[in-house]
Design a protein around this ligand. Structure first.
Ligand code: SAM
Ligand code: SF4
Length: 313
């Protein structure tokens, strides 16, 4: 199969697939507190998700991560996963807030999904509520442990906000060491809701690393060239990654495209343009794939007004 290479020589092979924009959390950095979600009729149907994904895989995509909004809120989530399990993928995963997935996990075991990224911004109830608007920390933690026990590759993602949860970094590292789970700290990004209070809450990966280095030795871990994170291991076994999208953008090695919940193929998280693939033939999809790749920026775009849940984070 011919590799998908964009005009700047980047090998494009990963797809973020947004299943819906709705969510049962209200993370302060992600969406407005009273959001208006898309009409269900606008969302891609299960059959169209499969048809478009199959075509994109035929043309060179080999990794898919489901996202949203909260992807597990789709009532046909399991069926979508089962459909996509038929595709030839080297990696298949999803990103979740973990709230309602306990019942799904045993069923997911019999699919090709292997990788689950849980968003977990705080390990204490007060902080968790402040960040997500939810008081269900315990339930999320139980789901994380269950996923780990069932043998999924589990990672935690925490968006760090100065003065809100940045003092929890060491707790997360202890958690990582105790449960053998990689924790990745995400820099707050200038996206949608987060733009207004960005300067107040942003803390760079460099600042966190400086704090950590004052107390512990961080041994760098080798990662693939198109990895969005740079990683370290600590003596106690903690595995920590940093996704420093603002201070250390990774556009030069980006290998990703996005399919939005209503079926628009988009070149970048930070770009609102894209081409709708809905109802298109395979030949048309291939043409639009190249047109979309041509839109991929080489440098970090400063900000985007759309909220993360709409773009599909
Ligand atoms: N609901 C799922 C979840 O929370 O994992 C999937 C969708 S969520 C939009 C995907 C990821 O985007 C989460 O890890 C979330 O923390 C991150 N995110 C959302 N808004 C962000 C922002 N302004 N800056 C950095 N990360 C953000
Ligand atoms: Fe929902 Fe995920 Fe956004 Fe939080 S980050 S509001 S869980 S979509």
């Amino acid at each position: 199969m011919k590799k998908l290479i964009d005009p700047h020589g980047r090998h494009i092979h990963k797809l973020r697939l947004g299943l819906l924009d709705a969510c049962n959390f209200r993370c302060v950095y992600c969406m407005p507190q009273n959001p208006k979600f898309m009409e269900k009729s606008k969302l891609l149907k299960r059959e169209e998700i499969f048809r478009l994904s199959k075509a994109l895989v035929k043309f060179g995509i080999d990794e898919i991560r489901l996202t949203g909004g909260e992807p597990t809120l789709r009532s046909d989530f399991l069926n979508i996963v089962r459909d996509l399990s038929e595709l030839s993928l080297s990696k298949f995963g999803f990103t979740t807030n973990g709230l309602n997935i306990d019942k799904l996990l045993p069923e997911l075991k019999s699919t090709k999904i292997k990788n689950i990224n849980f968003s977990l911004d705080s390990l204490n109830k007060v902080g968790f509520h402040k960040m997500t608007g939810s008081s269900q920390l315990e339930k999320v933690l139980e789901a994380i442990f269950m996923a780990k026990e069932l043998g999924f590759n589990v990672k935690l993602n925490a968006v760090l906000m100065k003065g809100i949860n940045d003092r929890e970094v060491n707790d997360f590292l202890d958690f990582s060491a105790s449960y053998d789970i990689e924790v990745r700290f995400l820099e707050l990004m200038r996206i949608g809701e987060a733009r207004e209070s960005f300067d107040k809450y942003f803390i760079s990966a460099g600042e966190i690393i400086k704090r950590l280095e004052a107390k512990a030795v961080l041994a760098p871990v080798k990662r693939p060239v198109d990895s969005t994170s740079f990683n370290y291991e600590l003596k106690n076994g903690a595995q920590v990654g940093f996704i420093a999208s603002e201070s250390r953008p990774f556009c030069g090695g980006c290998s990703r495209l996005r399919l939005s919940p209503e079926g628009s193929l988009r070149p970048c998280l930070m770009k609102s343009e894209g081409y709708s693939l809905v109802g298109k033939t395979e030949d048309e999809i291939l043409e639009l794939l190249y047109k979309t790749m041509a839109l991929k920026p080489t440098d970090r775009i400063y900000e985007v007004s759309e909220s993360m849940n709409i773009i599909g984070g």
